[in-house]
Design a protein around this ligand. Structure first.
Ligand SMILES: [Zn+2]
Length: 712
């Protein structure tokens, strides 16, 4: 008899079903319709609440599995009692309606606006001056500063708190009715309810506007999936959001992880009196709408510019695309007086950030050989100005990407620059091809040493095939040059930048990374443009690097399959380089968390005579190759033994990234707060975990404290 049967057996017809139970119940045969109806209502409330926690607050109280179980229970009950299904049941979110051939048109009762643009603090001051002059007397404005999300504007209409219509912006006057598609977005409430328990009236009629977007992480994932299926990729998150929202079949939209930020009160009948944009935003939050983080209220233009600059600074770290900031005069009474110029309101403007994309031509590809033998392509471009910077090259990552993009020499490319990193190629603008394009030829021999190349999957286990030089690093100058640079960088010898590492190799000062510890002061001083100060600084860094712990040395050796974590495990286990060198595959693979592949790779590394010679040179130079045993659990990892729980949203870190940073410092990440939790990191909109931490007296750190902890 299975557990399932046992449980049902034991319960059948005996106890009353717990209608308020927060744990899913096996659906009991012989449930009365009344009991079923109560349980269905209860489940809907719970699911709706957990949806809100998950999709609006990003702070779930239950695990996905627990949520799924509640959902399944509801689904089962609804299939047993179809008369209990209502259109607002959470089970209906994913399968509303059928495919439509054309979207019905909607006339916006309040037109959807466009915005004037400003590009500098000077422009902004002029915009402000025009608004002031327009009024017959001087007002002291305050302003809201919100991110300008690069997505699609939508209008949502609620009647008596129930979502009745969702439409696209269209031309601002007429849009498309895409209600079924918008209903699949989990952060759009179907039914309005004050989340703070307020007894304010629910508006009889409410129209809000917001921006639907696809998170960047979700966009990347979607494109990877499309690529695997050999389908056409989306150029950017905005296109993928648009494509997903305009699906004729809403069940496809439901599969796309779209999200929304609400920012405009278009119209309201009934409901509390709101006098400012700031109040409106708070009102949205109270009603369960999702509002963008970090919205600022500025007392004057200096504060506005400061808030805009902050958005520009955090732009690269966000999981959604922004193309500027929206500045609104906060007071609705002033807005009404100011009115419009054409379709642009006088009381709002968009502070646009520099563009990050441009179209240019691929003039060629250069091939770079790295330490592990991979030969990586770099796109050489017709120089083009993107957001004030001249871009001459773009990364192509690997040969797979050349094939996926269908890249040809002379192709017109859409190139995107994000932050200070090297720009990347988004796509080929096929419609702009001229016929002058020629195929990309992969090099048959290594551009550095001339050995034949080979094509195979990457060492890291990703599926992308890469091109490799078949020579040993000791016989391929480029590989060794890169190895020297890698070793120096890991050892913290910052003065040995890539260019200098290559130059020292080319000039014969370094034949391999072990030579680093044999550089002579007079050798360096004899070099062109190498003064006393830079020489001493470099030698000092090299000397300091000798004292670094064993895991750092193991990492720096660059043994395939030995990363930060395995280097640490090896150091903790073997305590010295000599012990590791003497170990066999079985001894290494026996360490918990170390794979056999890594063990084989380590043994192979030390079997290589060239490697052994260099290791000996390093030991002879007085480099620390042992960790005292006492240090096994102490000292090095600042946060070792500490358990952290994260809640709410951090502005500058994604959740995964924050966890990774803590783990790197030895911390353990917990999923729920208990008396064993050492610290709770509480971001914006932190929920029940924060309350729990306060109750238990667990130390609570805000983002600033977290930043100090991990950036230190
Ligand atoms: Zn080579």
């Amino acid at each position: 008899m299975s557990d399932e049967e046992k449980r049902e057996d034991g319960e059948s017809g005996v106890e009353d079903i717990a209608v308020t139970s927060t744990t899913p119940q096996p659906v009991r045969p012989g449930l009365t319709e009344d009991e079923a109806s109560r349980r269905v209502l209860d489940l809907r409330h719970q699911l709706e609440y957990h949806n809100y926690r998950y999709y609006v607050q990003d702070d779930p109280e239950v695990t996905d599995a627990e949520y799924d179980a509640l959902y399944r229970e509801l689904k089962t009950l609804e299939s047993l009692y179809p008369e209990l299904i209502t259109p607002d049941s959470p089970t209906q979110r994913v399968s509303i309606g059928n495919a439509v051939s054309e979207f019905p048109k909607v006339v916006h009762e309040v037109p959807m606006l466009s915005l004037s643009n400003v590009f500098s603090p000077q422009d902004l001051a002029e915009w402000n001056e025009r608004a002031s002059k327009y009024l017959d007397r001087r007002y002291d404005f305050t302003y809201t500063v919100e991110p300008k999300i690069d997505g699609l504007s939508v209008a949502l209409v609620y009647e008596d708190g129930v979502l009745v219509r969702g439409a696209t912006r269209g031309d601002g006057i007429t849009g498309d009715d895409i209600t079924p598609n918008l209903k699949t977005i989990k952060s759009i409430p179907w039914k309005l309810k004050y989340r703070d328990g307020s007894t304010d009236p629910i508006p009889a009629r409410l129209e809000v506007r917001g921006e639907v977007y696809m998170p960047i992480s979700a966009f990347d994932k979607l494109n990877r999936e499309l690529a695997e299926k050999g389908e056409k990729l989306f150029a950017n998150p905005r296109n993928s959001a648009a494509g997903s929202l305009r699906q004729k079949d809403s069940s496809i939209t439901a599969k796309r992880p779209l999200n929304v930020f609400i920012y405009t009160l278009a119209r309201m009948e009934g409901g509390p009196e709101l006098k400012t944009q700031w109040e409106a935003l708070k009102f949205f939050e109270r009603l369960g709408f999702r509002v963008a983080p970090e919205i600022k209220l500025g007392e004057d233009l200096d504060q506005v510019v400061e808030a805009v600059t902050a958005w520009l600074d955090r732009r690269e770290r966000l999981d959604f695309e922004i193309d500027g900031a929206v500045i609104k005069i906060n007071e609705f009474a002033v807005e009404d007086k100011l009115g419009f110029v054409g379709r642009d309101p006088r009381w709002a403007t968009a502070y646009k950030f520099p563009a990050r994309e441009a179209v240019t031509r691929l003039t060629g590809i250069t091939w770079t050989v790295r330490r592990t033998g991979t030969i990586n392509p770099l796109a050489i471009l017709d120089p083009v100005n993107i957001g004030g910077t001249t871009v001459k090259s773009a990364t192509l990552f690997n040969i797979d990407m050349i094939e996926r993009l269908g890249l040809k020499i002379n192709d017109p490319l859409l190139v995107k620059r994000a932050g200070d990193v090297i720009p990347n190629v988004v796509k080929v603008m096929e419609e702009r091809r001229t016929g002058e394009e020629t195929p990309v030829v992969l090099p048959a021999t290594c551009p550095s040493c001339g050995a034949p190349t080979t094509r195979r999957p990457d060492e890291s286990g990703s599926n992308d095939p890469k091109l490799y030089c078949t020579n040993d690093p000791y016989d391929c100058p480029s590989q060794m040059r890169d190895w020297i640079f890698f070793f120096s960088a890991v050892r913290g010898v910052d003065g040995m930048g890539e260019r200098i590492a290559h130059r020292f190799y080319d000039e014969g000062l370094l034949r391999n990374f072990g030579d680093l510890y044999y550089l002579k002061r007079e050798q360096l001083l004899a070099l062109d443009r190498f003064g006393e100060r830079s020489t001493d600084k470099l030698l000092n860094q090299i000397e300091e690097s000798k004292k670094k712990p064993l895991d750092n040395l193991l990492m720096a050796l660059g043994i395939p399959h030995v990363g930060v974590k395995s280097a640490e495990m090896l150091a903790n286990h073997f305590h010295s380089l000599a012990n590791l060198e003497a170990a066999d595959i079985d001894a290494i693979a026996a360490i918990k968390g170390m794979g056999r592949v890594a063990a084989q790779s380590i043994v192979k590394f030390f079997a290589n005579e060239n490697n052994r010679k260099i290791v000996q040179k390093i030991i002879d130079a007085g480099v620390r190759t042992e960790d005292p045993i006492e240090e096994e659990n102490g000292g090095r990892k600042a946060l070792a033994g500490k358990t952290f729980v994260l809640t709410g949203n951090l502005v500058n870190y994604g959740r995964k990234q924050a966890e990774e940073l803590l783990k790197r410092r030895g911390a353990t990440i917990g999923s729920s707060v208990s008396k064993n939790t050492d610290y709770v990191i509480a971001g914006a909109e932190a929920g029940s975990k924060l309350t729990k931490a306060q109750q238990l007296g667990v130390s609570i750190l805000d983002e600033e404290a977290f930043t100090r902890l991990v950036e230190d």
